[in-house]
Design a protein around this ligand. Structure first.
Ligand code: ATP
Ligand code: LTN
Length: 332
């Protein structure tokens, strides 16, 4: 009985690079925690990553290594459905139907589209534009109640709700309307430019901590983090660099901002940066070790993603069939 009341969560991450500390604190760490209390499904959004040109051989390897990273971060294939998006054809299939139910004007307002179009001016492809319809399909196929993501994905979730409720209005109740679940650490900023989101695809390696960075590298990058010309470690508007470091330190140690300010009173930024580097390096050590073990056991990874795809396809297919029927497609 209890079992039936569990809510459903789904989330995804693109295999566009090694996960950053931002991905970890803003999203993936919560996924591992949430799988205890929810029916959870997590996927590597490889079809989404094709909106930016990828080098095929490299991409293939990265998809597998990102799958291993998810497990290394604590996502457990015995507790969650953990799969690769392209292994479940229903995503592309529902994505098409939803693209036909999403307006050009709605897609034009997506800030991620505008940002990525500016970053990749030589490849503003149709997939980059219709991407939110595919993301809506990812979520709606599983009838997810909650979607744990960083704040940058909120607009896509609002669009998913709009598309779903419009579809429900026209064709009758079909989709659960998902709620975003946004972590406290919803936006970790670049260490080199604290006004910019820390991102896997940031070309500046000093701005970004990856979860596989060696401890020495982590400490060095934090030492170089951009701050301000004051000396007091406190969370205040305008102190973007320090605010970001404090958010990271608080997320890893569980301390409050006030406690951190008290602990570092009179000690200056140098000490604080070194301390943040050390706690992050220690925190990520087991993740890096688990990742290395998993990459030495490819058969296990293959077994996991195949099992994940089968489980996901079973759920996804039920929704897809319902949708095909509602829109009037002739059963095969
Ligand atoms: P890309 O650079 O390829 O756009 P990304 O690093 O922004 O990638 P995504 O794959 O788009 O990462 O995001 C995966 C998840 O991590 C999403 O839920 C996203 O909101 C979250 N996320 C990404 N960057 C950050 C960040 N800096 N702080 C907090 N959460 C983040
Ligand atoms: N668009 C997301 C990744 C993503 C996702 C999803 C997140 C693809 N499908 C479904 C939540 C639910 C991104 O770029 N971070």
């Amino acid at each position: 009985m209890e079992e039936q009341k569990k809510k459903v969560i789904l989330s995804g991450i693109q295999p566009t690079g090694v996960f950053t500390l931002g991905n970890y604190l803003g999203a993936v760490r919560n996924w591992a925690q949430m799988q205890e209390d929810f029916h959870s499904a997590y996927m590597i959004a490889d079809l989404h990553a094709l909106t930016v040109r990828q080098e095929p051989a490299d991409f293939r390897k990265r998809i597998l290594s990102c799958y291993a990273l998810l497990l290394a971060c604590g996502v457990d294939p015995d507790k969650s459905v953990v799969f690769i998006q392209s292994h479940v054809p229903a995503h592309a299939q529902l994505g098409w139907v939803l693209a036909c139910n999403t307006q050009f004007g709605e897609l034009s307002r997506m800030t991620q589209f505008k940002d990525k179009a500016a970053q990749h001016a030589d490849n503003i492809n149709a997939g980059l534009f219709t991407y939110p319809a595919l993301m809506a399909a990812d979520i709606l196929l599983y009838q997810a109640d909650l979607v744990p993501v960083g704040v940058d994905q909120k607009q896509h979730l609002e669009l998913t709700r709009d598309v779903a409720s419009r579809f429900n209005g026209i064709y009758g109740n079909t989709f659960t309307l998902p709620e975003p679940y946004i972590a406290k650490e919803a936006k970790i900023m670049s260490l080199a430019d604290p006004l910019k989101k820390m991102s896997k695809s940031d070309p500046n390696p000093n701005g970004c901590i990856t979860i596989l960075d060696e401890p020495g590298t982590i400490v060095r990058k934090f030492k170089r983090a951009v701050t301000d010309s004051e000396t007091e470690v406190c969370y205040r508007e305008g102190k973007d660099g320090i605010n970001n470091l404090m958010t990271i330190y608080a997320a890893v140690t569980g301390l409050s901002m006030d406690q951190i300010t008290a602990d570092f009173a009179g000690r200056g930024y140098g000490d604080f940066k070194a301390a943040v580097g050390e706690v992050v390096a220690e925190h990520l050590r087991p993740v890096r070790e688990r990742y290395a073990d998993l990459m030495n056991n490819k058969d296990y990874l293959t077994e996991c993603y195949r099992k994940g795809a089968e489980q996901a396809a079973r759920i996804a297919h039920r929704t897809l069939e319902k949708v095909y029927k509602k829109v009037g497609l002739l059963p095969a």
